[in-house]
Write a protein that binds this ligand. Structure first.
Ligand SMILES: CC(C)(COP(=O)(O)OP(=O)(O)OC[C@H]1O[C@@H](n2cnc3c(N)ncnc32)[C@H](O)[C@@H]1OP(=O)(O)O)[C@@H](O)C(=O)NCCC(=O)NCCS
Length: 187
C-alpha cells in the first residue's frame, strides 16, 4: 500500500488562475478569514467588504496527482474607475509560504490580468513588513499610511514588468522550489 502523510506532503506544482468554480471562491474566502481575521487579527469578525461585490478573485491551487486540490493562496483585483486597478487581500496559507513563490505568482497574475484589461495604474496598500518584497517585484512606494491600526504603504506597480494576460482563468503553473535530494540513499 502507498500512503502519503499529508503533514509532510508538499505539492510539486500550483495552478495560479482566476477563481471560477464555487469551491475555489469558497476556499479563497476561508483562506482570507484564516489569515486576516485569525492570524493577523486585522479584522475582528470577518474581512468581507464592498469590494467583494465587484472584484475578480485569483487563487493558487495546490495539486495532487496533477489535479487541483486545495486553495493555498489568493488575491483580488478591482477597477473602481476606468484604468485604475487595485489589488488587495493577498494571502498565502502559512504552510505554503516560501515554497512555490506563490505570493510573487499571484501578484504577477493580478497585475498582468489588469494590464490585459486596459489598466494604466495598479495600486495596492502593502503591509509594512512586505514592502521590501514588493520593491523586489518592481513596485514603488507612493505614500505611507495607517490602515486598520497597522502601517501600510500605498505602492504602485511598474506595468512594464507585467506583460498583459488575456485569459486569467487559464492562468499558469508555478513549480515548487527545488528541494535538495537526501544526502544518502540507503539502497
Ligand atoms: C506576504 C505573503 C503573501 C508572501 O507569500 P510567499 O508565497 O511566502 O512569498 P514568495 O515565496 O512568493 O516570495 C517572493 C519573494 O519575496 C521574498 N519575500 C517573501 N516575503 C517577504 C517579506 N515579508 N519581506 C521581504 N521579502 C519577502 C521571498 O524570499 C521571495 O524572494 P525570491 O523570489 O528572491 O526568493 C505571505 O507571507 C502571506 O500571506 N503573509 C500573510 C498575509 C500578508 O502579509 N498579506 C500581504 C498583505 S500586503
Amino acid at each position: 500500500m502507498n500512503a502519503v502523510d499529508p503533514s509532510v506532503f508538499l505539492s510539486p506544482g500550483y495552478f495560479v488562475r482566476a477563481a471560477v468554480a464555487s469551491w475555489e471562491k469558497a476556499g479563497a474566502a476561508r483562506l482570507r478569514h484564516r489569515v486576516f481575521v485569525e492570524e493577523q487579527t486585522l479584522f475582528p469578525v470577518h474581512d468581507r467588504d464592498a469590494v467583494d461585490r465587484d472584484c475578480t478573485s485569483l487563487v493558487a491551487l495546490s495539486t495532487y496527482a496533477h489535479e487541483a486540490d486545495e486553495v493555498v493562496g489568493t488575491v483580488r483585483i478591482h477597477e473602481p474607475e476606468p484604468g485604475l486597478w487595485w489589488g488587495s487581500r493577498l494571502a498565502v496559507d502559512s504552510r505554503f509560504r516560501h515554497v512555490g513563490r506563490l505570493g510573487r505568482e499571484l501578484i504577477r497574475l493580478a497585475v498582468s490580468t489588469a494590464n490585459g484589461r486596459g489598466c494604466h495604474t495598479f495600486l495596492a496598500h502593502v503591509q509594512a513588513q512586505n514592502v521590501e518584497m514588493f520593491k523586489h517585484l518592481h513596485w514603488q512606494v507612493e505614500e505611507e499610511v495607517v490602515l486598520h491600526g497597522m502601517s501600510h504603504a500605498r505602492m504602485r506597480a511598474d506595468l512594464s514588468a507585467y506583460p498583459p494576460i488575456a485569459d486569467p482563468a487559464a492562468g499558469f503553473l508555478a513549480l515548487a522550489r527545488r528541494v535538495p535530494p537526501p544526502a544518502e540513499i540507503p539502497w
